[in-house]
Design a binder for this molecule. Sequence first.
Ligand SMILES: Cc1cc2nc3c(=O)[nH]c(=O)nc-3n(C[C@H](O)[C@H](O)[C@H](O)COP(=O)(O)O)c2cc1C
Length: 361
Amino acid sequence: MQKLFSSYTLGNIELKNRIVMAPMTRCRALGNIPNDLIASYYEQRATAGLIITEGTSPSPNGLGYARIPGIFSDAQIEGWKKTTDAVHGKGGKIFVQFMHTGRMAHQHNLPQGAEVIAPSAIAASGQMYTDSQGMQDHTAPRAMTAEDIVSTKKEFMKSAINAISAGFDGVELHGANGYLLEQFLSPSSNQRTDEYGGTIENRCRFVLEVVESVGQAIGMDKVAIRLSPYGVNGGMVPYPEINDTYTYLASELDRLGILYIHLVDHSAMGAPEVPMAIKQIIREKLQNTLILAGGYSKETAERDLQNGLADLIAFGRPFISNPDLVERMQNDWSINSNADFNTFYSADEKGYTDYPAYKAE
Ligand SMILES: Cc1cc2nc3c(=O)[nH]c(=O)nc-3n(C[C@H](O)[C@H](O)[C@H](O)COP(=O)(O)O)c2cc1C
């Protein structure tokens, strides 16, 4: 029997299929507030078993990119209600991804009074886009003090409570792709000499404390995390103790009762492959759900569900250009593989809500 289209119980929610829409930053949140356009985009894709929103900041300091949404203000909570109502109205489920950009930021993208902060004062390599001055080098971060660590954890907690008020079914913490949480995990971005840096236990401490605080705030059955071992986004580099770091992290996340780990392999996008050994270690350590993502087709998704490697499979780019991806896969209709890169991060409906469903083509 095919697994991809079968239902799945995730904690205390029932998913109608095992297809997850991967989190994708789309930069349509003018003023960092989710709007009607964003609600329509997710509503169009609500046949996915689970939608994970674009990276959404729990703090003004985490709004490193232009036009990404937040979830720390009342206006943002109200804005997100439009999306959660629209998705739930179509029988879908939706988690919000908490993305604190840390050093993957430019000061011009941040609101007034906010600061680029990171575990250590080491700038991310490369450049990023700003609406006011085009491409710019990443701003060098200020190293977080002990007080910043405490206040940032509180921001995650408060935002998790906001997420539940906004109607989300749960929260996925972005521990992948070189953002704040991964900046703590990796010795290349974390050179702290206090209890948050150095040993594996110390580098994992901030991530685990955030998971624990968010779990205390909303219940661990609503808290999940995304990880990308071997990812190179944001100047991340593999390090000798990388497998041991993720082995320890996975067992601690399991001990805390994390709802799922969402493991992303960006080799389809040019990053080194996540070795099968580390996928299997995480699978073994984790009693709860494992989601895999990165370069999947209907066939490879079904294969990895059948062989027990994953419980759910996330699709990213195919959901950009196919609002009805689930129906297309279910009916063996053709898939539009021409997602237009030029409108991935632009500001309006073009390349966002105007991809047609199959029947309308
Ligand atoms: C436009 C775009 C934006 C993305 N933004 C995010 C993001 O906000 N958070 C995240 O964890 N991954 C993000 N990703 C990565 C995707 O979630 C996914 O892992 C990646 O596209 C690989 O899956 P795919 O081959 O199915 O597209 C983004 C990818 C794309 C194409």
